[in-house]
Design a protein around this ligand. Sequence first.
Ligand code: FES
Length: 140
Amino acid sequence: MNIQFLERGFFQRVFGIPATPKPQAPDGWTYADGKLTIDLKKAKELKKPGGALRFEGGNLPERVLVVFGKDKKYRAYQNRCTHIGHRRLDPVPGTGTVQCCSISKSTYDADGNNIYGPAPGPVATYPVELKGNQLTLTLS
Ligand code: FES
């Protein structure tokens, strides 16, 4: 696979600043009983193919990246590169991959397998279920 890199500035890479935003509406998601539930009416970034959001903080036990692919499938990843810096991930448009926001750019395929860079292993992915405007991720 030909690896492509997300265009990011040097300092963005050094400081590990991800390109993917957090949801604008803080009340657009909840976490309970191992499930992250997202109201897509309030998470408009996840309605257009190629969109992504990162979920973190609150009572979430781990950071989560959700990507709506060009194939109109939702995919969810633990948002923690497996390389030692454990930085966040971003989707690389048009490739189906996600990539660490750090200098080393570890890259993972759509299934979370590490395919480039120093990451020693895959990132966890989570089952996703769509019902109407509600997206539910099972984290545990
Ligand atoms: S933390 Fe991701 S490549 Fe180093």
